[in-house]
Write a new protein. Structure first.
Length: 134
C-alpha cells in the first residue's frame, strides 16, 4: 500500500528477516524483495525531515554494514539514538516480520536483512564510510 499506513509486503507465516533483500536509494525509495514478492516504499510520502533521516540512516548502514549510536557525551547522541529507534519501528510497520530488523551486539546494530545502497555517487559513498558524521 504505497504511502499507506499498512505493511508493504504480505508477510507470510515463517518469514524471517535474513531472507529479506532491501535497496535504498539517495532520494528515499526503498525496494524490498522476499522470494518472488516485491514492493517499493517511498519515504518521502512521510514527513520530509523523517524521510531524509530514514534514508540517511539506511544509506549509512548499507555502506558500513552496521550502526553505532554516537558516544553519550556527544550532542547528537540522543537525536541519533531516537532516529535509529524510529527507523526500526518504521521497518517493523512496513515489514511485520517476527523479531527485530537489527541485531545488537555490544552496542553495535547489524541489519538481519540484506541492505544495499543504490545510485549514490562515489564521493558521497566515501563520505559515508567515514566514521565521523557527514
Amino acid at each position: 500500500s504505497p504511502g499507506g499506513k499498512g505493511p508493504i509486503l504480505d508477510v507470510q507465516p515463517g518469514w524471517t528477516w535474513d531472507k529479506l533483500k532491501a535497496e535504498i536509494d539517495p532520494v528515499g525509495k526503498l525496494r524490498v524483495s522476499y522470494g518472488r514478492d516485491r514492493a517499493t516504499h517511498d519515504f518521502r510520502k512521510a514527513s520530509r525531515s523523517k524521510a531524509a533521516r530514514h534514508t540517511e540512516l539506511l544509506a549509512k548502514i548499507a555502506v558500513r554494514g552496521e550502526w553505532k549510536n554516537p558516544p553519550s557525551h556527544e550532542e547528537e547522541h540522543e537525536a541519533d539514538r531516537q532516529a535509529f529507534k524510529r527507523l526500526g519501528r518504521e521497518l517493523k510497520r512496513l515489514l511485520p516480520i517476527p523479531g527485530q530488523p537489527f541485531e545488537r551486539r555490544s552496542g553495535i546494530y547489524r541489519p538481519r536483512f540484506q541492505l544495499t545502497l543504490v545510485g549514490a555517487d562515489p564521493e558521497r559513498l566515501r563520505a559515508m564510510r567515514e566514521r565521523r558524521r557527514s
